[in-house]
Design a protein. Structure first.
Length: 319
């Protein structure tokens, strides 16, 4: 079976090879990563030298349970990034048909097809799909789903960006059989390089995922940093306020430059715009060493993450 192409943000090295400059010269707005990350706590030396402590993993998972108000009856598993979970979830049950509403980022489709699943848009519609993936809020449109959309025997709710609006989370439904909610630590907390993610849901499925990951799935530094961050609700509250303010500032800047804010608009971590020629816009920004995101399935979408505080002036000049 041919591998489903993966379409990601990033790729600054390739952009630099085409448009010049070194990686440090570039502003990468092609991702949805918080440009003001959680401040790292001091780490003890044995965080690097000792095997990760089981008690530290338990402490992290308990902190996650409290932060996300995980209901009793749902299990929590910390993992080395949400992507590692996405790659393993399709193996939890026998292949069938999976419904992944589009447009959305295609890592889920790639993972399911690699395990022999058929996408609902390409399979005969004789029966309801055996699995469904809902990216909540969706990437890139920002669409939120509802409990009425959780319809398949295996339902994956990808809440990688949902920490910008915790009141919209569907985690209250994670106790139901066949439900898995994914959380990413790299987006809202801005620590993508830490490689930390969570699966929350049906205990039987979470236990199988834990067995797939094996012992010591999360590094010692990630255990400590993640626990600190998830027990700091004040930082999270202030960050949501700042992200919303910066998203509005970016919208105003892009509208002045001639873009239209998409009806779906994205999220406070990334903004979605409609332009007449996305490739032209991407090249125009790239000549100023600003990297943006366009999509192979759309001839109008241009997506920008938020710039770091020191980069607003450069972005305005590039536009």
């Amino acid at each position: 079976m041919p591998d489903t192409p993966r379409d990601h943000g990033g790729g600054v090295d390739a952009a630099a090879a085409r448009f010049g400059g070194t990686r440090s010269d570039w502003i990468d707005l092609s991702t949805g990563i918080n440009p003001v990350p959680y401040p790292l706590p001091a780490l003890p030396a044995d965080a690097w030298t000792a095997l990760p402590d089981a008690a530290a993993q338990t402490a992290l998972e308990q902190a996650a349970r409290r932060f996300w108000s995980v209901p009793e009856g749902a299990a929590v598993l910390a993992a080395p990034g949400a992507s590692s979970l996405i790659a393993r979830i399709p193996a939890l049950t026998m292949p069938g048909t999976v419904d992944i509403p589009t447009p959305t980022y295609n890592e889920h489709a790639a993972a399911f097809t690699a395990q022999g699943w058929a996408l609902s848009g390409t399979a005969p519609q004789a029966a309801a799909p055996q699995a469904r993936v809902l990216v909540h809020p969706n990437n890139p449109t920002g669409r939120f789903w509802t409990a009425q959309d959780l319809t398949a025997p295996l339902t994956v709710i990808d809440e990688s960006f949902c920490d910008i609006a915790p009141e919209r989370s569907l985690i209250a439904h994670a106790t139901q059989p066949g439900r898995i909610v994914l959380k990413s630590f790299g987006k809202f907390w801005g620590l993508a390089g830490l490689r930390l993610g969570f699966a929350i849901g049906d205990p039987a499925l979470i236990d199988r995922l834990a067995q797939m990951l094996g012992p010591w799935p999360v590094s010692g530094p990630a255990l400590i940093i993640g626990t600190h961050a998830l027990t700091d609700p004040d930082w999270a509250r202030k960050t949501r306020i700042r992200l919303n303010e910066d998203a509005a500032r970016l919208d105003a800047l892009m509208v002045r430059a001639g873009a239209r804010v998409s009806v779906s608009s994205g999220t406070p971590l990334f903004r979605l715009y409609e332009v007449s020629d996305p490739a032209h816009w991407q090249e125009r920004l790239a000549r100023h060493h600003v990297w943006s995101r366009i999509f192979p399935y759309s001839n109008t979408f241009l997506r920008l993450g938020l710039p770091a505080p020191q980069h607003w002036a450069r972005l305005e000049a590039a536009l």
